[in-house]
Unconditional design. Structure first.
Length: 94
């Protein structure tokens, strides 16, 4: 799987909800939840999607109710279709 070029990345970004470009070759989504338990429940649902896709985001839980997801394809050194496919599936979680 090859990294996407900037035009492809911008096209795919337009299809996502709540994601933005990170500091490196990554896309990031931050969410806040009612409480810690809700944040962890969401992380568990993301983990199920990630396992099924065999593509895993970096996940940070902070400030007791915040979750930051970061997607990139480390082995390719950039963003690939796998990142955007998983981001789209994560979007379906709400």
């Amino acid at each position: 799987m090859s990294p996407l070029n900037e035009i492809q990345i911008e096209e795919r970004m337009a299809e996502l909800h709540g994601w933005h470009r990170g500091e490196g070759p990554e896309i990031v989504r931050e969410l806040d939840f009612a409480d810690f338990a809700a944040a962890i429940a969401y992380v568990n649902r993301v983990a199920e999607l990630a396992e099924a896709a065999n593509h895993h985001p970096d996940i940070l839980v902070y400030a007791w109710n915040m979750v930051r997801l970061t997607l990139t394809t480390h082995s390719e050194g950039g963003l690939t279709n796998a990142d955007f496919k998983l981001a789209s599936e994560i979007d379906q979680l709400g």
